[in-house]
Design a binder for this molecule. Structure first.
Ligand code: NAD
Ligand code: MN
Length: 496
């Protein structure tokens, strides 16, 4: 039995919320003493005043992280020992799952059911998977001449700064923390100013698990203060980021202006979901199209925001999608029955509503939703929305809206479908629905996207890399490939 709305409300009222930064194993105020308000988008309630870090705090955190790294207390620990700690850490995330889920939902508005079934278990799995992997990864011996021994080894890179977004706050954090910590680095995490709470709680759990003080630090604050200070820091070795393409580009500039730190970017998307007339099951495709734009309020990097439909089935298929979307209704995120929660804040709401206006002004046809809703709650909700008759040149087809707004675009043949799909600055994900095996493979190969799904939307787990082509980013999270971001490759030549 899921806990009831009343129980979650009661817990929300009685819980104490950690709002301080975490540096060198201690919760602390900012050097400046500054804080910012953390407001829940559920109903506008004030959750707390969160410490607002800046340059001085970044200096402290980087200094401690460097000293801890060099001490070897974590970086020199045998992989099997780091593994044991990581697994304890994963267990603690799981045993504190309800508390973390509640914090996540209060802070950024996603349905509690999703926090419990997607975010928290996914975060725990990411820590566990990387912990389990780390004592099973071997280095290499080069194919040298007889009198030489060439060792090819991976070393932790040192001090890692991780800057993450608000749509899956704990999950994106753990996709980075898993390989970063497992490979022996010290980490400074800058959570989004829109969702700092789970990261702050996580820091204490890391200490409880046995991760030494100074190895995992959390600096809450704004992008242009705490984030920029880390990105420009001369003693941060690697900057890993998930967030928008605009900020991703800025981080590359910061790296060039400072110490040429490595910069690994997981950025935005405008993913095409391509439905051919021979899709094996149009009803299943319609339900997937609805969930691809409504799940997590459409605040998903891989949201299926461009629905490409073969002309010959459009009149049959679109009504199925409109019908399927009716099952996705905004409601109180603390109600376990809710499947669409609140948008993260009023600023983001204005942006999403602005795009809906733009779509209408551009001549697209609104066939579902389009309005703010549940305003009487004091919260931030918008109806899942569909535009038909969209051309791929319209702004609503080109820009990432990051809300539940679907653009439906018709096409005539395979070539046109692939052309429209690839006609985007983004290349994060794509889906193809067809019964024709060879067409599925041909289209999958032609799509310029980091993940391609056939006859499904949004498959994947820890075993496969996740990331983008083009301006959706570089590098990959998840799978063993993610270790590339957190290690340096060394060649050692021994004369025999
Ligand atoms: P954002 O780029 O606005 O912010 C991301 C992070 O960067 C935040 O912590 C923010 O404080 C920080 N930041 C902002 N300005 C900065 C600066 N000048 N210097 C340093 N840090 C700065 O993105 P968002 O609104 O938080 O998240 C939504 C975006 O994230 C969408 O574009 C979405 O597609 C993307 N995303 C991508 C993936 C992926 O894996 N590719 C996953 C989730 C989200
Ligand atoms: Mn918040």
């Amino acid at each position: 039995m899921p806990l009831s709305l009343a129980v979650w409300e009661q817990r929300a009222k009685s819980m104490s919320i950690e709002t301080r930064a975490f540096i060198n194993g201690q919760y602390t105020a900012a050097v400046s003493g500054e804080t910012f308000n953390c407001i829940s988008p559920i109903d506008g309630r004030l959750l707390g005043k969160v410490v607002s870090c800046d340059l001085a705090d970044a200096e402290l955190a980087v200094g401690n992280a460097r000293a801890t790294f060099e001490s070897g207390v974590w970086s020199h620990l045998a992989p099997i020992k780091r593994k044991e700690v990581m697994i304890r850490f994963a267990d603690l995330i799981q045993t504190h799952g309800e508390e973390l889920a509640l914090l996540e939902t209060l802070d950024m508005g996603k349905p509690i059911g999703d926090s419990l079934s997607v975010d928290i278990p996914g975060a725990s799995r990411a820590i566990r998977w990387n912990g389990e992997a780390i004592d099973k990864i071997y280095d290499e011996v080069a194919a040298t001449s007889h009198d030489q021994l060439g060792l090819i080894t991976r070393e932790p890179i040192g001090v890692v700064a991780a800057i993450v977004p608000w749509n899956f706050p704990l999950l994106m954090t753990c996709w980075k923390l898993g390989p970063a910590l497992a490979s022996g680095n010290s980490v400074i995490l800058k959570p989004s100013e829109k969702s700092p709470l789970t990261a702050l709680r996580l820091a204490q759990l890391a200490i409880e698990a046995g991760i030494p003080a100074g190895v995992f630090n959390v600096l809450p604050g704004f992008g242009h203060t705490a984030g920029k200070a880390l990105a420009l820091h001369m003693d941060v070795d690697t900057l890993v980021f998930t967030g928008s393409t605009r900020i991703a580009k800025q981080l590359m500039i910061y790296a060039g202006e400072s110490n040429m730190k490595r910069v690994w970017l997981e950025a935005g998307g405008k993913s095409p979901n391509i439905v051919f007339a021979d899709a094996p099951d149009l009803q299943a495709a319609a339900e997937a199209a609805a969930s691809a734009i409504a799940f997590n309020q459409g605040e998903v990097c891989t949201a299926g925001s461009r629905l490409l439909v073969e002309h010959s089935i459009k009149d049959k298929f679109l009504p199925l999608v409109v019908e399927a979307l009716k099952a996705w209704k905004p409601g109180n995120p603390l109600d376990p029955a809710t499947n669409v929660g609140a948008l993260v804040d009023t600023q983001h709401l204005s942006s999403v509503l602005g795009y809906i206006q733009t779509g209408q002004a551009e001549g697209a046809k609104l066939v579902a939703g389009g309005k703010r809703t549940l305003e009487e709650t004091g919260g931030v909700y918008v109806e899942p929305t569909i535009f038909d008759g969209v051309s791929n040149t319209m702004k609503i087809a080109r820009e990432e809206i990051f809300g539940p707004v679907l653009s439906v675009i018709a096409f005539d043949d395979v070539e046109e479908a692939v052309h429209i799909a690839n006609d985007s600055v983004y290349g994060l994900a794509a889906a193809v629905w067809t019964s024709n095996l060879s067409r599925a493979h041909r289209v999958a190969k032609a799509l310029r996207a980091g993940s391609v799904w056939i006859n499904q939307y949004d498959g994947g787990d820890m075993t496969a890399p996740f990331g983008g082509f083009k301006q959706s980013g570089n590098g990959r999270d998840k799978s063993l490939h993610a270790f590339d971001k957190y290690t340096e490759l060394k060649a050692t030549w021994i004369k025999l």
